[in-house]
Design a binder for this molecule. Structure first.
Ligand code: GDP
Ligand code: CA
Length: 325
């Protein structure tokens, strides 16, 4: 079986890890999972190219993630960041651990030598053993794309756009967002293999990733949404919201910015033009979509550990097998 998943960082990575576990324990170990990662979060800091969602996927699927945090490396230290602070180097609001910086240095070196982000990501994934686990990690595009957030200018009457990371990490999404602007997206093309992975998959899954700044950005890459509408594979999503709240992060602030209600129903509707199945938590059992079959998970839709996540992934695959594509 060939499964393709569109993923942001923590939600996407945890879901794919659970999916992989489910496949491995049910005799489907040979199945491949292609992960199309959001790169709108990417940022250049201290001359280094940082790809937060790709890195969360690498570390989580490769077994090196800081479990409590959900992102970054386990057993991390911050000596380099301390040195940068001593020099007065900014910004200091984005945490960069020493081991993590290793990833950013080698990525920046390879990009500087002319490798594409796809090639670089494949080399990083090899170090983390992803090919051996039958996981193919693709950035959504090789073109640098950066999500910005339009907010009121604190120093004037107008508005200004700040990098998504500045809004999310520095301001904890507490400054009201007027809209998101994705620099570079209009001239972006899907990375090699992305559109084929959607068109030729047996199943396409949308993990419970942020519908606006993770999945929403991937859907904005020219060709991706059309590929999802046109694929012969069933497309099944898992709600990132339970009872009108994101399980973690600030998806509520993101949805408010685009004028969409913070409900499993409204998020399902965002995808309804290509969605075949939508898995929701029991508290959201009243969800109905005109063009997709809604199913209620038989327990909390919480990825509390790998086993619980594997059960969610199994239900998503069952739903995919039951709906007409
Ligand atoms: P990020 O890039 O690190 O923010 O991660 P993603 O975009 O992949 O995922 C963030 C989304 O995952 C948020 O909207 C959360 O509500 C959702 N999420 C996180 N953990 C869970 C969980 O255990 N269950 C469900 N249903 N959603 C979750
Ligand atoms: Ca992210």
């Amino acid at each position: 079986m060939h499964i393709t998943a569109l993923a942001g960082g923590v939600g996407g990575a945890r879901f794919v890890r659970g999916l992989r576990h489910h496949l491995d324990i049910t005799g489907l170990a040979g199945s491949t999972v292609t992960v199309v990662a959001n790169t709108g979060d990417d940022i250049t800091l201290f001359g280094l190219r940082v790809c937060p969602d790709v890195d969360t996927l690498l570390y989580t699927l490769g077994g090196g993630v800081h479990e409590g945090q959900g992102w970054g490396r386990a057993e991390e230290s911050h000596r380099v960041q301390g040195e940068l602070a001593a020099y007065g180097a900014v910004p200091q609001w984005f945490g960069l651990g020493d081991l993590d910086i290793g990833t950013h240095v080698v990525r920046s070196q390879w990009l500087g030598q002319g490798a594409s982000l796809s090639e670089v990501t494949a080399r990083l994934a090899a170090r983390w053993g992803l090919p051996d686990k039958h996981i193919r990690l693709l950035p959504m595009t090789d073109v640098p794309v950066e999500t910005h957030v339009v907010v009121d200018d604190p120093e004037g009457d107008g508005q200004r756009a700040i990098h998504f990371q500045e809004w999310w990490v520095r301001h904890q999404a507490a400054i009201p967002a007027h809209r998101f602007v994705v620099a570079g997206l209009d001239r972006a093309t899907a990375a090699p293999g992305v559109l084929d992975a959607i068109r030729r998959a047996d199943v396409v899954l949308l993990p419970p990733s942020n519908p606006v700044v993770s999945i929403g950005i991937i859907l904005g890459v020219p060709g991706v949404r059309d590929a999802l509408r046109g694929t012969a594979a069933p497309v099944v999503g898992v709600s990132p919201l339970i009872s009108g709240r994101p399980v973690r992060g600030h998806a509520d602030a993101c949805l408010a910015a685009i004028g969409v209600e913070v409900t499993a129903q409204a998020v399902g509707e965002l995808y309804e033009d290509f969605l075949d199945g939508w898995l929701v938590d029991p508290v959201d059992a009243s969800t109905t979509l005109r063009r997709a079959r809604v199913e209620v998970f038989d327990g909390p839709l919480l990825m509390s550990d790998v086993a619980a996540t594997a059960r969610i992934a199994a239900h998503a695959l069952d739903l995919a097998a039951a709906v007409p594509a």
